[in-house]
Structure formats: C-alpha cells, structure tokens
Design a protein around this ligand. Structure first.
Ligand SMILES: Nc1ncnc2c1ncn2[C@@H]1O[C@H](COP(=O)(O)OP(=O)(O)OP(=O)(O)O)[C@@H](O)[C@H]1O
Ligand SMILES: [Mg+2]
Length: 338
C-alpha cells in the first residue's frame, strides 16, 4: 500500500475503530476479493466491536492499494460518509510515465473517478467481454449531455454488475461524456423505507460539504427533489449507476432528467420512466472457451495445459444448456477458500 494511503489509515485508525461495524464492511471486501473467509472469521471471533474493527484495520494495513480502495468503497456504501471522507485524501493514485496502470490499462484518472463514485473493482479472476462492453459504451455515449437510460438486463448472475462497472472503466468515455463523474448505487429489492434510506445516503454522498442542506430528506418526494437539484447544480454531466433494480416504482424516484445506467433482471422496469431508453441484453450463459479462460486464470495455467477435468467442471456448471458465470465463479472462489 502507498505510504500516503497507509498514513491516512493510521492517522484515522482510532476514529475508524470506534465507529465501524465490521460485518457488512467485510461482505463488500469479500466480494471484491480482498478478504478471504478465514480472515473474516479471524475478525469475527474478536470479542468486542472495537476489537473486531481493530483487527480488520490491522489486516488492511498489510494489504495493497486495492484493499484501501475496497475499504473506502465499503464505508461509502454502508453510510459511513464521515469516515469515508477522512480516508478520501489517502486514496491511492496509480501513476507512471504514461499515466496507465501497466496491468489493466486503467489510468489514474479512471481509478480516482471510479473510487470516488463507489464503483466496485474488477473480480480477482476477470475475463474480458469486449463486444458487450463496447455495446454498453456506445449506448452510454448517446447520453452525452442528454438525459436518458441505458439498461443492462439479463438473468441472475450473468455478469450485469461486472459489465456495468467495466463499461465506465474507460478514460475517454468518462472525460467526454461524464466529466462530472459517476455515482454507483446498489439498489437491490427495496420497500419504501429501504428506498428512502438509499436516497438519503445518495443525497449525503452528493452533498459532502453540506452546501445544499443540513438535514436529510424526510420522504421519497423530498428526496427526489433534493436529488434533482444536486444532480443539476452540483454534479452536472455525471452518470448515476443504479445496480440491481427490481421494481419500476423505485425508478420513479430517479426519473429526474439525469443520465442513468442501470442493471436489472427485468427489462420492463423502465417502462414508465420518461426520456430516451437504450437496452443491452446480456446472455446468461458463458461459452466453453470463456469458461476455460476463467479456469485457466484461476489456476494460473495455460488453457491448452488444463487437464481433462476442466471440461467436466464446465459441464457441471451448466444451467439449461450452457455454463453459467455466477455458478462457475462461485464454485471456484469456494474452492479457493476451503
Ligand atoms: N467478466 C467476468 N470475469 C470473471 N468473473 C465474472 C465476470 N463477470 C461476472 N463474473 C462473476 O460472475 C458472478 C456474477 O456476476 P455479477 O454479479 O456481475 O452478475 P449479475 O448479473 O449482476 O447478477 P445479479 O442479477 O444477481 O445481480 C460474480 O461472481 C462475478 O465475479
Ligand atoms: Mg448484479
């Protein structure tokens, strides 16, 4: 981890240890591939909340820049905006002569924008889906300066959230179309009070310096108005990413002439919202070649050198006809942790 990030964590260690509840934070970090189940267990067996937080921070301090970013994102998503603000200045920026991260081709600008927007990192084992990412990016470019909706839809576990994050991991798209940045919201299945809480958290995130209002919106209508003003005045030309939307009534709260990318299993969720709509369907299955590619990355072996069992594993992960992304990757992560 960079010295700046490390110092920032050390400087605010006490405040973090005092306030954070580790369980939800660790869920985020596990799904980012930063923490293992056994590390989570090691934290969980500590007797008090403060000791659990202290153990988690001790572990993060031994890890890399991605861990810092994952921890920062988790704080942001779990409503610890004040604590996230303390860590904001320490967010590591990858810099080299070309400004590119040699491994992934991601510039430091992209990293910083995505980190600030709470966009999840790539899965540890990652294979590209160039054609789909390009299609999403093409649709997103239609939102340049124009309100509208881009919907990524497909069955559970087909990789929609990973694709949404990947589509915005692009320097020229961010610079040209969304210079105001991106804001990722994990929506999920919500009732009215759950939605209000999501909106309140988002308004707080978008108004970190509290220049617009001191108090949280009290109902969905008020939150919708607040969000409209914040997007218009404080974050023009930014992209709102609504991940995992289940209900069309939820989208009404965001129907504010903004630029929105959303993922959903049900493409009819945008039926009643206003403005231009673009849809990107995602196939639920993953071809045998991609399946083998994931396996080969996972075991760090060339595809051609994989043993015969690799083909059987791919077959085992079939749903209906073809191999399923979620099932295969879940299986591999479980193996890795056992
Ligand atoms: N390109 C990829 N490379 C490697 N793993 C991937 C890729 N895309 C998705 N996965 C893995 O597949 C699983 C499902 O992906 P993801 O969460 O994006 O699906 P989803 O369609 O958003 O699911 P849901 O409908 O439940 O929200 C995850 O474990 C993810 O890490
Ligand atoms: Mg998803």
């Amino acid at each position: 981890m960079d010295a700046k990030a490390r110092n920032c964590l050390l400087q605010h260690r006490e405040a973090l240890e005092k306030d954070i509840k580790t369980s939800y934070i660790m869920d985020h970090m596990i799904s980012d591939g930063i923490l293992t189940i056994s590390e989570e267990e090691k934290v969980r067996i500590e007797p008090t909340q403060q000791q659990r937080a202290a153990m988690l921070i001790k572990m993060i301090l031994k890890k890399d820049n991605d861990s810092y970013i994952s921890f920062y994102n988790a704080l942001l998503h779990e409503g610890y905006k004040d604590l996230a603000a303390l860590l904001h200045d320490g967010i590591p920026v990858v810099s080299s002569s070309s400004g590119k991260d040699s491994v992934s081709g991601i510039t430091s600008y992209v990293r910083t924008v995505l980190c600030e927007g709470g966009v999840p990192q790539r899965p540890v084992v990652f294979v590209t889906r160039k054609k789909l990412v390009n299609t999403i990016q093409q649709k997103l470019s239609k939102l340049k300066g124009e309100p509208g909706w881009v919907t990524i839809h497909g069955m559970a576990g087909c990789g929609k959230s990973v694709l949404a994050a990947e589509a915005v991991r692009d320097h020229s798209l961010l610079e040209d179309c969304f210079p105001g940045g991106v804001h990722w919201v994990s929506v999920g299945k919500q009732d009215k009070s759950g939605l209000l809480m999501k909106l309140q958290n988002l308004c707080t995130r978008l108004d970190q310096d509290e220049s617009f209002s001191q108090r949280l919106p009290l109902n969905i209508e008020e939150a919708k108005d607040r969000l409209r003003i914040l997007m218009l005045r404080k974050h023009p030309r930014s992209l709102l990413i609504l991940d995992d939307v289940w209900d069309s009534w939820v989208l009404k709260a965001f129907d504010n002439q903004c630029q929105i990318l959303l993922t959903t299993r049900d493409k009819s969720v945008t039926d009643s919202v206003m403005g231009p709509k673009y849809v990107v369907p995602v196939e639920s299955s993953l071809g045998k070649e991609k399946g083998l590619e994931i396996l080969s990355l996972f075991v760090n072996m060339k595809k051609a050198d994989l043993p015969e069992q690799a083909h059987s594993i791919i077959k085992e992960c079939k749903v209906v006809e073809r191999c399923h992304w979620g099932i295969l990757t879940d299986l591999l992560h479980k193996w890795n942790q056992s």
